[in-house]
Every structure is written in structure tokens, then in C-alpha cells.
Design a protein around this ligand. Structure first.
Ligand code: NAD
Length: 353
């Protein structure tokens, strides 16, 4: 039976991937997660007891932990979600971003290389290392520019994007130099259940419900492509199954929206589903723009569509409605992760790596 090592499996995209992989594959899943502020065992509720899932608390940037995990569990694949992922935090202090996103990715690559060097041929042939990356590595587009393709040169603008770009280069180099069977995915902005409420969509939903201002950077005109998290996770599974080692694949939701359009759409859904005295749109507040704020991201995902037959199943309107309804129905998860009464306090549920 395959064992997939899922790093960062207690985070937003990781926990959605774990649920999908349990449902759609027969693999054993081994989560390695440090449980930073962004990781929560609450996000794995309902699946932690699955006999095919094991949770290890540990740091991907810690060499001894990573090498022990490879030797003890002999994974047939690694899917690396573990990262510091919030651009604003990387502007305040980028040290954890460099440590986890660059050094952590390096330790995983190195752990995989050493493990495979001593592994039998059958294990070496089956093994895949999938690194989950972002469209932010490509930099910023003007309004009329064509979308990012897999050959768009890297031009990261935030410390977060630069740390992800650094890891992507290492991933590529381990294929070129060591023939490590790597796969790289660069995806646009995700939204959906279990996203930590510091990111745009959950932040706006929860602020609105509490009657707090809805802070919008600049004039709200920055454009992102939005993908429903389940579509991203299905793409990752497809790349893992059938992607060509050494290749990178862009994934997008085909849904470019200004931040203002996103906030208005959330307000409109809440006005209908959870009406207050006044429209939630009245809570919108424009604040000073983020330094180095990229104007526009857009993704050309023709390659994965043509080669692997993947395409997103959700459009933005239905995905956003499902997301708002999920947050309305899961206020206790929101309260727990916001209060920080999660993860570490519940470590009795998972072994230490
Ligand atoms: P997240 O911040 O919600 O979760 C990150 C997880 O990694 C958390 O569970 C955290 O505890 C864990 N972690 C952090 N440092 C660690 C370390 N040193 N060792 C082990 N675990 C550690 O992030 P996310 O939004 O789920 O993103 C997952 C991946 O997808 C990231 O690599 C991110 O760059 C990439 N990505 C995210 C988006 C998006 O819109 N969220 C889009 C494209 C790509």
C-alpha cells in the first residue's frame, strides 16, 4: 500500500487534501505538521481516527526529524504543503518564511535524495516528490498582460513569494542534478472550508458577522484568480498520479476578481443568508495599500487541462456561496482557531515525530 507523506496537513489546503485523498485513494497518509498558529488538529476533526491516517508533530526544517520520518515510514510520495503562507506576516518578519519555505523544502528534498539512494529499485521508481507552490512566484501582471504560463520567468515581489520561488528553484535543481522525481504545482488563490481567518475571504466573512469594519487595501482594485480548494486538491492528486517527473503545472480557477468584487459578493451572500439591520456592504473600509502589492495575477492552465484532463469543477459564485455557508455553520471552529485554543492543547491526539 502507498504511503503519502503530507507535510502541512493540518493547514488549510493540506487538511482538504487529506480528506480528498482518504476518500479517493487507498493510500496511507502520514501528516507531518509543526502546528504553527496556522495549523490545527481541529481542522482534521472526523478523520484523525481513520486507520489510514497518522499524525506526527514535527518541523520540516529539522534535519533529524525529516530523515527519521523517511527511514521509519518509507513514503512512496511526498506532498509538501508545509509553509508560512501569509504575505502580510512576511512583510513584518520574513525569518520563518525563509526557514520553513526554503530550508524546510531543502531538508525534505535532501531527505528524499538520501532515502532513495539506499532504497531498492522498485521503491525508487514509484517515488514522487510533489511540491505545492503558488502563482505569486511569477510576480505581477498589468491589466492587459497575458496570464502566467509555466515558462513565465520568476519575478517574486513579497518575501513570501521570494521564499516560495527559492524552494521552486531547489525542487527543479534536485531533478536536474540528482534526478529526483519531482513535480511542481503553481496555483492561484484558494478559498473554501478551513482557511485560517487572517486571509481575505474568511476574514471578511467573520468581521462582517461581528459587525467589524471590512478592511480593503488601496482602492480594492487588485486582481486575483480564485480557485475552490477542492479543485486545487483534485489537481494535486492528478499530478501525483499522472504528472511527468521534472514537470511543473499551473492550476487556476478561471475566475479573476478584484478584491472589491470579492468583498461585495460576500456581503451580498450574507445579506441573503444572515441578514442584519443594514447591508454588510456598509462595513467596507479602505485602508493604506500593502507595500509591493501585486496588481494582478492570472493563470494559464492549458497544460494541465490538455495533459492530465483536469479542470476546476466549481465556479466562483457557487464556490463562494458554499464557503460562506460553511463558515456560518462552523462558528465553533472559527472561534477555536481564533482563540488559539487548538492544536498544541490537543496534542494528546498525535504522537511527536
Ligand atoms: P496554511 O498557512 O493554512 O498551512 C500551513 C501548514 O503548514 C500549517 O498546518 C502549519 O502548521 C504547517 N507548517 C508551517 N511551518 C511548518 C514547518 N516548519 N514544519 C511543518 N509544518 C509546518 O497554508 P495553506 O494556505 O494551506 O497553503 C499550503 C501550501 O500551498 C503552501 O505551501 C502555500 O504556499 C501553497 N499555496 C497556497 C495558496 C493559498 O491560496 N492558500 C495558493 C497557492 C499555493
Amino acid at each position: 500500500m502507498d504511503t503519502i507523506l503530507v507535510t502541512g496537513g493540518a493547514g488549510f489546503i493540506g487538511c482538504n487534501f487529506v480528506r480528498l485523498a482518504l476518500a479517493e485513494t487507498e493510500a496511507r497518509l502520514l501528516i507531518l505538521d509543526k502546528l504553527t498558529y496556522a495549523g490545527s488538529l481541529e481542522s482534521l476533526a472526523g478523520v484523525l481516527g481513520d486507520s489510514r491516517l497518522r499524525f506526527l508533530r514535527g518541523d520540516i526544517a529539522e534535519r533529524s526529524t525529516v530523515q527519521r520520518v523517511f527511514l521509519e515510514h518509507r513514503p512512496s510520495a511526498v506532498v509538501n504543503f508545509a509553509a508560512e503562507s501569509h504575505v502580510d506576516r512576511s512583510i513584518d518578519d520574513a525569518s520563518d518564511f525563509v526557514r520553513t519555505n526554503v530550508v524546510g523544502a531543502f531538508e525534505l528534498l535532501e531527505g528524499a535524495r538520501l532515502f532513495l539512494a539506499a532504497a531498492p529499485a522498485a521503491e525508487r521508481e514509484r517515488f514522487r516528490f510533489l511540491h505545492v507552490s503558488t502563482d505569486e512566484v511569477y510576480g505581477s501582471l498589468g491589466l492587459e498582460d497575458p496570464p502566467f504560463t509555466e515558462s513565465t520567468p520568476y519575478s517574486p515581489n513579497s518575501p513570501y513569494a521570494a521564499s516560495k520561488a527559492g524552494a521552486d528553484h531547489l525542487v527543479r535543481a534536485y531533478h536536474e542534478t540528482h534526478r529526483l522525481p519531482v513535480l511542481l504545482t503553481n496555483c492561484s488563490n484558494n478559498y473554501g472550508p478551513y482557511q485560517f481567518p487572517e486571509k481575505l475571504i474568511p476574514l471578511m466573512i467573520l468581521n462582517a458577522l461581528e459587525g467589524k469594519p471590512l478592511p480593503i487595501y488601496g482602492d480594492g482594485g487588485n486582481i486575483r484568480d480564485w480557485i475552490y480548494v477542492d479543485d486545487h486538491c483534485r489537481g494535486i492528486l492528478e499530478v501525483l498520479r499522472r504528472g511527468k517527473p521534472g514537470e511543473k503545472y499551473n492550476l487556476g480557477g478561471g475566475s479573476e476578481q478584484t478584491n472589491l468584487e470579492v468583498v461585495d459578493a460576500i456581503c451580498d451572500i450574507l445579506d441573503k443568508e444572515w441578514p442584519a439591520t443594514n447591508s454588510y456592504r456598509e462595513l467596507k473600509t479602505f485602508v493604506a495599500n500593502r507595500p509591493g502589492h501585486d496588481q494582478r495575477y492570472a493563470i494559464d492552465d492549458a497544460k494541465i487541462r490538455a495533459e492530465l484532463g483536469w479542470e476546476p469543477r466549481h465556479d466562483f459564485a457557487s464556490g463562494l456561496r458554499a464557503t460562506v455557508l460553511w463558515y456560518l455553520a462552523n462558528r465553533s471552529w472559527c472561534e477555536a482557531v481564533q482563540a488559539g485554543t487548538y492544536g498544541r492543547e490537543r496534542l494528546g491526539l498525535g504522537a511527536k515525530a
